[in-house]
Write a protein that binds this ligand. Sequence first.
Ligand code: DO4
Ligand code: MG
Length: 304
Amino acid sequence: MKLVQFWRPNLGYRVGLVRNENVVDITAPEVGLKSTNDFIENAAAGGLLLAEFVERVLSAQPRAVYSWSELDTARDLYAPHLALPLMPPEVWAAGVTYKKSAEFRDNETGESIYDRAHSEPRPEIFFKGTTTRCVGPNQPVGIRRDSKFTAPEPELALVLGHRGDVIAYTIANDVSAWDIERDNPLYLPQSKIFRGACALGPSIVTPDELPNPYELEIHCRIIREGRVIFQESSNTSRLKRTFEELINYLVCDNPVPGASVLCTGTGIIVPQEAALRQGDIVEIEIPPIGVLKNPVKQWGETDK
Ligand code: DO4
Ligand code: MG
């Protein structure tokens, strides 16, 4: 099952079930189901899987239907558009889970700290932010004003239940200021957490639709002035870690709230020549989750 959130003028945020090229509005405010988070909480409270719970709600009454193409558009308060597929109370991320990411970072610093985190039993896990730092499909991801080399990190992300179970999958762009991280690994939080540093979406997909999440193709494209200036693909089969391993370390004596997200690391490394610039478009595609597309915004003096 594939779910989205979208904005409907006059009605506010809605929850949608994606069926082929259409989105069925399954919001039921009369019974407290106004957001994806409400669906997640209510499913857990009733001891049901998210997909099972949605099926029950769906059968209650006829629903409005929208076409995907109508919703897949930039944010405009006066027009329906896709939004963040959920509001994660916390976003966490695992790092150097792919060899390529560890090698790139060690080459940059001349150290082997990344290789050690790649190889040792304890994974690298860091805090990535809250909903405030997240953007949904078609909303701008950011470049900090003090960074000259910010890059997208295309990642499969896990939506976690309150017991650390995987209740859905989504796409994340762990946008990172690599020059700040390269200066000194102790600057990691500043390279990772800022306005528009995390894009999520376009949908969340429940596990029944992704029988093997360790065999997913991940494609990334950067488009500048209508031209593809970078494209590369990876596959989750190259992940060094299992999701269980990552989650066990994440939730070890750490109460992560339900509907939080864990990004699983990047296997795609963008060269410095393709560092993000104002006006670029980043597309990350993981079939069957969809294409997460975001324009890039350079933050500056006028942005408070
Ligand atoms: O410490 C570096 C962060 C690594 C990361 O975010 C990744 O490999 O995806
Ligand atoms: Mg990352």
